[in-house]
Design a protein around this ligand. Sequence first.
Ligand SMILES: NC(=O)c1ccc[n+]([C@@H]2O[C@H](COP(=O)([O-])OP(=O)(O)OC[C@H]3O[C@@H](n4cnc5c(N)ncnc54)[C@H](OP(=O)(O)O)[C@@H]3O)[C@@H](O)[C@H]2O)c1
Length: 337
Amino acid sequence: MVVKKEKYKALVVEETGPGVFERKIRDRVIGDLPPGEVLIRVKYSSLNYKDALSASGNKAVTKNYPHTPGIDAAGIIEKSETDKFRAGDQAIVHGYDLGMNTSGGFGQYIRVPASWVVELPEGIELKESMIYGTAGFTAAMSVAKLVESVRPEDGEILVTGATGGVGCVAVAILSKLGYTVVAGSGKSNAKDFLQKLGAKEVIGREELKQDLHRPLAKARWAGVVDTVGGELLAAAIKATKPHGVVTCCGNVASPDLPLNVYPFILRGVTLVGIDAQNCRMAVRKQIWKKLATDWKISALDKLYKEVSLHELSFEIDQMLKALHLGRILVDLGSLPK
Ligand SMILES: NC(=O)c1ccc[n+]([C@@H]2O[C@H](COP(=O)([O-])OP(=O)(O)OC[C@H]3O[C@@H](n4cnc5c(N)ncnc54)[C@H](OP(=O)(O)O)[C@@H]3O)[C@@H](O)[C@H]2O)c1
């Protein structure tokens, strides 16, 4: 039985002066969590790019501080005010407003609307679900769009931002499904990491952009999973083969797209937008089922680093400098309440 005054630990971001933000591990009180039908004891969370923005005071992501980020959470339901879930059920919550303006997964408890909760599917453990996290889920959403019309025999698939969370899971899923994957990365030391996940070749960012000034580039890619936006996305679209598919989910390089219409009107290229945050619940469940079964990647243990809440602030700074490799799993069970 959870007592409302019971305390738990959370990473709290505080605005200590105009534009000055500090991260501290604080005691929080369960009774102060926002309203919602489901109270969850969080076992694992993960670090996503959006968390790094929220944890560094980006007000386009989080308007009010103090705040506990964490757009991902997986744990055990402690209390449910709906028949859909029972205490003891294992659950995943990601996206919607979690970790943005609703206290998130970098705390040992969350309270959320029942409509945000996904029951952990069979075939996957809580820890594995957070190795994927939102980034892995987004990779799977992107792959799902791609495989609708691109087959392995159609040619190479480019993944940009390949050492990032979305990129590395996309590389691993696509190669498991039999696609020939070319990884685009800005890290000169990432070849070994990416090849172990199944990439056939690793190409540097600058090389990928070399034909950007042309109206169209030599057609090479049957499909593209882009995670960075900007010039790299524009160059990838210009180098996509007739009737290829390009997915777009991120803006770490830039939200702008310096492009003309030729890839679309002369080659019939399709550009597909990916929105994991508000993905419909029916699709959300299907994607998690795939991640737990036929798309479950054997290289899952090769693409993550596990940290405690105390080690998380360092990883946030690394992510903001694009110095991390793969996914960062956060273990919240390792701390005393
Ligand atoms: N639409 C959605 O629903 C959705 C969901 C999840 C994430 N996202 C977005 O997708 C993007 C990637 O997320 P993530 O979790 O994979 O982030 P991440 O782990 O931080 O990875 C981003 C990767 O992009 C590359 N990169 C960094 N700065 C760059 C730059 N200036 N130019 C080109 N490449 C750069 C780096 O990989 P290399 O060093 O290997 O190049 C980096 O590891 C973010 O913008 C995130 O907000 C969107």
